[in-house]
Design a protein around this ligand. Structure first.
Ligand code: 13P
Ligand code: ZN
Length: 274
């Protein structure tokens, strides 16, 4: 099969463009990765050129040894992904130790994978260990969520609870809650370790004054998750702009009733009395 006709490739490109259209990817902001299934990589193997030089990932992901990933390129613009995928995105192979990668397709003009590759691969590693169905990790610069990191305490409990209260669907879409990483230098192993620790418990992590990381089983679920979180953040920004307190809201008991009706477990740590 031709590379650009593969469903996983089309889904990846569409998601990147959807993120661009939401306004979450100014300049080269944000990055996306997908852990390719064995049968998917087999279906496009004729188009691979496994002659790239092995490079250090910058961290260790032994649980992903030998796997292939479709990733956005460092410094590449999401607005260009749909128009010039071979320049903007690429497929990499991770070696048998989980320490190195090489390019096998795309990023044709000397491009390299996103500078957040350590975070993407460590998150995918953690998620794969917990649930092999997880394949997508997405980082976007979602405007309203970033704005909230200047006014809310940088605590998992506060971000989770405040966003849950903004839309009844939120606790159903992200019942495990949201983790918060305080401001850190991006693009390296330290922020990758901090984020992947949160991914042990959550599907969403907020990077203070920077953006969102989220993980999911496929492009629909992962994009839908980012979209739901950012929509809730937008409502909270609007609400806080009207008045500093809420006249009425969804109560802890309302959440417990919702959990029973929708058969989700909502951890009590988020249902504190204020
Ligand atoms: P890259 O262009 O290297 O993917 O970096 C963009 C970004 O958002 C860094 O956090
Ligand atoms: Zn970023």
């Amino acid at each position: 099969m031709k590379m650009l006709e593969a469903e996983f490739m089309k889904g990846f490109i569409r998601m990147a463009n959807d993120g661009w259209e939401q306004g979450w990817h100014e300049r080269n902001g944000g990055n996306l990765s997908y852990r390719i299934k064995a049968e998917e990589i087999d279906s496009v193997r004729d188009g691979l050129r496994p002659d790239g030089v092995w490079q250090p990932i910058g961290t260790s992901v032994p649980g992903l040894a030998g796997e292939y990933f479709l990733v956005t390129g460092s410094g590449k613009y999401f607005r260009n992904v749909m128009h010039d995928p071979e320049d903007s995105i690429g497929i990499i192979e991770v070696d048998g130790t989980g320490e190195n990668y090489r390019k096998v397709w795309g990023l044709v003009n000397g491009g390299r994978p996103t500078s957040e590759l350590p975070s993407h691969l460590m998150n995918l590693d953690v998620k794969k260990k917990r649930d092999g169905k997880y394949r997508v990790v997405y980082h976007c610069h979602a405007t309203n969520l970033i704005a909230l990191t200047f006014v809310l305490p940088l605590k998992d409990e506060v971000f989770t609870r405040e966003l849950w209260e903004m839309a009844t669907e939120c606790p159903v879409v992200f019942p495990d809650g949201i983790g918060v990483v305080e401001w850190m230098v991006p693009g390296g192993r330290d922020i990758a370790v901090a984020t992947s620790r949160l991914m042990e418990n959550y599907d969403v992590a907020v990077w203070a004054h920077h953006g969102m990381f989220c993980a999911g089983e496929d492009f629909d679920l992962t994009f839908g998750l980012a979209h739901t979180v950012e929509k809730a953040a937008e409502i909270l920004v609007k609400m806080l702009s009207m008045r500093p307190d809420k006249r009425q809201t969804i109560t802890p008991q309302n959440f417990r009733d919702l959990a029973a009706a929708f058969q989700v477990e909502l951890p009590e740590q988020f249902l504190y009395e204020k």
